[in-house]
Write a protein that binds this ligand. Structure first.
Ligand code: PAF
Length: 281
């Protein structure tokens, strides 16, 4: 596996692959890799001749400077994991490489309010930063396929919207959430859960499955939301949201027709967790 840090080296390596007619898959990450990321790499290896992974802790998507400071940086163990997984190229640039001091060239597009709900409500400006960095990385890597996890449902939906609105020549592949055996969605934050919260945490996915059953049974949407919101609150979680929404626009729905996504964000002690489930009739 090649490890590079500059745009020049990246463009050089990619153009060699292009000249060889090899398709390119791209997995953007912020490092602190776990099995969920490796499943994205696997999905890329299955569909492409050449897989590029980026590790870049993007400052523009953090609204809390303390969060940015605390974010784990584990480049050497990450690169070992990528090597073992069969990744071809690791791009690990610094901030000046991604954001040189020229005016920002991210084209604007209508996020149709997708950035203002759920995560966008609790982390203002977060998705502007995500869009900015993913646009920049796509412009550098120019992959055939972009791989993103469904765990961050709203993020991949907004990036899908960007690709459509700006007519970008890349195909988004959204990959199923990787779960622990007890159903907890994998996340680098899970390691920070106390043993008590870790034991309770599988209830999040169990709740999502119960919501799905109730939605498919035709129960009232706002009553379902209120019921499970209170149930998780009673169990001691500090709830941010539990929303049943349209999976394409992310706007809340009042009736279920044929598809929906249920998204949850909550605090388990000091650790903020998110998860979601898709419902297709
Ligand atoms: O999901 C992440 O790790 C980040 O938001 C991403 C997509 C790599 C952009 O910085």
């Amino acid at each position: 596996m090649k490890i590079i840090t500059t745009n020049q080296e990246l463009i050089h390596s990619i153009s060699d692959e292009r000249l060889l007619g090899r398709s390119i898959g791209f997995v953007p990450t912020m490092g602190a890799l776990h099995q969920g990321h490796l499943d994205l790499i696997r999905a890329s290896l299955d569909r492409n001749c050449y897989t590029v992974c980026s590790i870049f802790v993007n400052p523009t998507q953090f609204n809390d400077p303390k969060d940015l400071e605390k974010y784990p940086r584990t480049l050497s163990s990450d690169s070992e994991m990528l090597l073992k997984a069969g990744c071809d190229l690791l791009f690990a640039p610094d901030v000046a490489e991604i954001y040189p001091k020229v005016p920002d060239t991210t084209p604007s597009f209508d996020m149709i309010g997708m950035d203002r709900v759920m995560e966008g409500k609790f982390r203002p400006g977060h998705f502007d930063g995500v869009v900015q960095v993913v646009y920049r990385l796509l412009d550098l890597v120019k992959p055939d396929h972009l791989f993103m996890g469904l765990k961050d449902y709203q993020q991949q939906a907004i990036i899908g919207r960007m690709i459509l609105a700006l007519n970008l020549p890349v195909f988004l592949v959204s990959v199923e959430t990787t779960r622990e055996e007890d159903g907890l969605a994998m996340s680098s934050r899970n390691a920070r859960l106390t043993p008590e919260w870790r034991q309770k945490a599988p209830i999040i996915f169990e709740t999502l499955q119960a919501v799905k059953t109730d939605v498919l049974a035709g129960k009232n949407i706002s009553r379902i939301e209120a019921f499970y919101f209170s149930k998780l609150t009673e169990l001691g979680f500090r709830m941010e949201y539990l929303e049943i929404c349209n999976p394409l626009t992310l706007q809340p729905i009042s009736h279920f027709k044929d598809k929906a996504v249920v998204c949850i964000a909550l605090w388990a002690g000091d650790v903020r967790l998110i998860d979601n489930i898709l419902i297709v009739a």
